[in-house]
Ligand binder design. Structure first.
Ligand SMILES: [Zn+2]
Length: 447
């Protein structure tokens, strides 16, 4: 209901106007005395802008401060006076890459090093943070200027801290969108297999019931989560008919409480789900991005298209560390990849929005992140679509359209270059020779 207020008196209005005039004058003086942000010019032999299907030859990118000011044909471009020029005229220039599924706090879980459990049970948080710092740097030097990092695996809110350290300029690293602790249910996450009398720490925040689910989401959002990560399946095995079976975790009601809460904060929810009941609950509960999706039925694919659900398949991760073929675990490992490729092909054909993700951390950070690119090509995705999945399409999912994942005026100056032509051989993206983030050159092997 509208309540009438007394009109502001004239004196108030006049003092307000005076204040506006004063601010305008101060800012005019300030902008005259403040040095203009540095201007950099990049000459690009071939430019793939992340959005359009066609590459362009001989382009000039003008960067002012941390933003792209213009992209134009070299013949028409004017180099601003005093600009630093970077010559990438023999390279292919692209937007900084986006990996939508990483774990900077995981280190490959080498069983010889004590596996997943040792990470939580033995290492001080500062040690884990130091290693996460190295992981962040590794991602940046491979051309990934943005990561959606999908849980700290028992390192609490450490990802928020690493993100702050990067943003503060203390350590090099990509733009980080972080989820903090992630959420699963009782019986739905490691550590497990210890004496029931022991109260073991868990790699995710454990909830039971919609009230606890919502509370966990609130806590995580309150402490800096950019996204919420939910585990909708946990264990998986091969069933009686040779089929892949996954244990479901949260109920639809629990997930709905989390999604409702996150959406209220203007944030999204990523759901880890392999297949079956848990994957169905993920879709029915309204998750925004499906992680892994090893086996997706035709009906579920149709539901994803209808609901606009993003798909981050992380194909390459499932080709690692297979158990021997004659063991139940080994059969499960083989069953996973067989189903995964089929799901990816179906999703591609149906027009599901696919984003690039590696699950690094599950894979050792010493391994190349680019190994996911040829896997996507293997299952029928064209090079330009793969590039978009790691640039403009990921930016759309992250609600950063036009800010990242594109070489266009107004975008952050996150720019990479490779030798060779990734449109002919997508594995060219595995050899990034130039990395700029926020207008600052982090790596340049083209000198
Ligand atoms: Zn993961």
């Amino acid at each position: 209901m509208y309540h009438a207020h007394p009109n502001p008196n004239e004196v108030d209005m006049r003092s307000l106007l005076n204040l506006i005039v004063a601010i305008t004058l101060v800012s005019a003086v300030f902008s005259q005395t403040t040095p203009q942000p540095a201007v950099t010019v990049i000459r690009a032999g071939t430019l793939i802008d992340g959005k359009s299907d066609q590459p362009r030859r001989d382009q000039v990118i003008v960067i002012r401060g941390n933003r792209i000011e213009s992209v134009s044909d070299a013949s028409a471009a004017r180099t601003p006076a005093g600009a630093a020029v970077i010559d990438l005229s023999h390279a292919t220039v692209l937007p900084g890459l986006i990996d939508s599924h990483t774990h900077i706090f995981l280190q490959g879980e080498d069983p010889a090093q004590g596996g997943y459990d040792a990470n939580i049970l033995k290492y001080p948080l500062a040690f884990r943070a130091a290693r996460a710092t190295v992981a962040a740097r590794r991602a940046l030097e491979q051309g990934f200027t943005t990561l959606r990092d999908l849980e700290t695996e028992g390192a609490g809110y450490g990802d928020v801290g690493i993100k702050e350290a990067i943003e503060g300029g203390y350590i090099p690293g990509p733009r980080m969108l972080v989820v903090t602790r992630a959420i699963s249910s009782t019986g739905g996450y490691n550590l497990e297999g210890y004496a029931p009398e022991l109260d073991m720490p868990k790699g995710a925040q454990i909830i039971d019931g919609p009230v606890e689910a919502r509370k966990a989401a609130r806590e995580q959002l309150d402490h800096g989560a950019d996204w919420i990560k939910v585990y909708m399946t946990h264990r998986s095995w091969v069933g009686k008919k040779g089929e892949l079976v996954s244990q479901p975790t949260l109920t639809v009601e629990e997930l709905k409480a989390i999604v409702d809460e996150a959406h209220g904060w203007g944030k999204k929810v990523a759901c880890h789900a392999y297949n079956g009941i848990g994957l169905q609950r993920a879709l029915d509960g309204g998750c925004d991005s499906l992680e892994h999706g090893l086996e997706i039925t035709d009906a579920q694919i149709a539901q994803m298209v209808k609901q606009g659900t993003w798909y981050c398949a992380t194909l390459a991760a499932y080709y690692h560390d297979w158990a021997p073929a004659d063991t139940p675990a080994g059969q499960r490992d083989r069953q996973r990849v067989a189903a995964h490729g089929v799901s990816f092909q179906k999703a591609l054909k149906a027009g599901v929005k696919i984003v690039f993700g590696t699950d690094m951390g599950g894979i050792l950070w010493t391994e190349p992140m680019a190994q996911e690119f040829p896997r996507m090509a293997e299952f029928g995705m064209s090079p330009i679509e793969i590039i978009k999945s790691a640039t403009s399409r990921a930016a759309d999912m992250l609600d950063m359209t036009g800010q990242i994942g594109v070489l266009a005026p107004g975008a952050y100056a996150d720019i990479v270059a490779v030798n060779g032509d990734p449109l002919h051989d997508i594995s060219a993206l595995g050899a990034v020779t130039f990395v700029m983030k926020d207008g600052g050159v982090f790596k340049n092997e083209n000198k």
